[in-house]
Ligand binder design. Structure first.
Ligand SMILES: Cc1ncc(COP(=O)(O)O)c(C=O)c1O
Length: 410
């Protein structure tokens, strides 16, 4: 059972429902981190060229620190999102990837300078677009998200011959709503017909969606692994469709075609994905990057998705019976692993549940978010809803003092 492959939260009967913030640690991670220490100790500088292949020991394939971001891209990210080899690379975070995309020489040309997105994008995307618009001649078409979700028709009709890029979240980070595959495909078709690019931020769909980048026909797909993918910080990635030529102005010497020639001006790497490298790669984080992905691939994404849908269906049923307003979509094709309920005093409810060792999260004081994932059992969900219902019925959470947190995580 997959649950046994993760370190479960403490105390023993605690329920961790915050996969949308940071997934549980896979049990293989301590061993992988030990490998990092040993490789550094034993091989020193030579580890950049060659180390034992801890990721696929049976393969007989060569790995070294220098090319590990590409190697993990080919062997773990590509199968996760249905991409061909040579198109994916590990990234330090989404913010970096977005700087690479927006700074690319090929992105804007003449009157083609419009970037379309919504105001529901994560700040790594939204803020960056505004920052680059200050610097380059970018026209930002930022479409407001309404209570009913993202205005799909408005997005499609905004695309025209001036569109350089459309950037959308696969799953809204506050709503948990997933864009249907047919909509992404429709946007891509129109943007391609006009010569632009489609980039999708898949941070909240990674590991919990079966859609493949080739079926969706997107040009760029990026995200991080630290949520359902159970990686940690420093574990983001990008996919760049074959044939999409981008030369980020932010490329560093690690992404140069001949880094050790130390040329006086940069020479773009022949592989587009390698141009998404900056300065010296952070290596330690690559040792824990794909252990969670390995687990999900071992059971298959279809079964992960089926399990997630059956758990969110259960949540819908319980919430409806308790008269709780549901913010997630009831339609399966628009649902992610995140289940969002609208509840007054959600902060206090989340704090109350934490006092029972049920770990949820609240946003804006009115949204209670949970993500029942592969490590959760139906008994845990029953236990969670029992406490939510009891708290709401008896107003128990209103007696809680305001939650004390030492950081931004609720
Ligand atoms: C949709 C989305 N994109 C990106 C990020 C994180 O971006 P970064 O890697 O720049 O921290 C998050 C984090 O929760 C997110 O929800």
């Amino acid at each position: 059972m997959l649950r046994d492959s993760y370190f479960l939260p403490s105390p023993k009967h605690a329920v961790e429902l915050r996969a949308f913030t940071h997934g549980l640690m896979p049990r293989t991670v301590p061993q992988m981190m030990h490998h990092f220490v040993e490789d550094w100790k034993s091989f020193g500088v030579d580890a950049w060229n060659h180390i034992p292949n801890h990721w696929k020991p049976e393969s007989g394939e060569h790995v070294g620190w220098w090319t590990l971001p590409e190697y993990l891209g080919d062997h773990f990210i590509a199968p996760l999102i249905g991409a061909p080899k040579g198109t994916c690379i590990l990234q330090p975070n989404v913010h970096w990837t977005v700087q690479c995309i927006l700074s690319s020489r090929e992105l804007l040309s003449g009157t083609r300078n419009k970037v379309i997105l919504t105001d529901g994008e994560f700040p790594s995307v939204l803020h960056s677009v505004h920052q680059w618009a200050d610097l380059l001649n970018i026209e930002v078409d930022c479409i407001p998200v309404t209570k009913g979700g993202i205005p799909r028709e408005q997005i499609v009709s905004a695309i025209d011959h001036r569109t350089a890029l459309v950037m959308l979240s696969h799953v809204g980070f506050t709503t948990g709503r997933k864009l249907p595959d047919s909509f992404i495909y429709e946007v891509g078709k129109k943007v391609h017909a006009h010569g632009g690019l489609l980039a999708i931020d898949g941070y909240h769909s990674i590991g919990a969606s079966t859609a493949t980048v080739q079926e969706l026909d997107v040009d760029l797909y990026f995200g991080g692994l630290l949520k359902e993918g159970s990686g940690s910080s420093g574990n983001a990635f990008v996919y760049i469709k074959n044939g999409v030529d981008l030369t980020p102005r932010t490329t560093g010497w690690f992404g140069d075609a001949s880094p050790f020639d130390f040329n006086t001006s940069p020479v773009p790497h022949p592989e587009v994905r390698a141009r998404f490298k900056g300065g010296t790669s952070a290596i330690a984080s690559l040792y824990h990057a794909v252990e969670g992905v390995r687990l999900l691939l071992s059971v298959g994404l279809r079964s992960v998705r089926q399990d997630s849908l059956s758990k969110t269906n259960y949540c819908i049923d319980r919430a409806q019976k308790a008269g709780i307003e549901i913010r997630s979509s009831l339609k399966e094709e628009e649902r992610s692993a995140m289940f969002v309920m609208s509840l007054p005093q959600a902060h206090q409810l989340s704090a109350y549940l934490k006092s029972k060792h049920i770990y949820t999260d609240s946003r804006k004081g009115t949204l209670l978010r949970i993500a029942p994932f592969v490590w959760n059992t139906k008994d845990e969900l029953e236990h969670t809803f029992h406490h939510i219902e009891e708290a709401v019925r008896k107003k128990l959470h209103l007696e809680m003092p305001p939650p004390i947190t030492r950081g931004p995580v609720t």
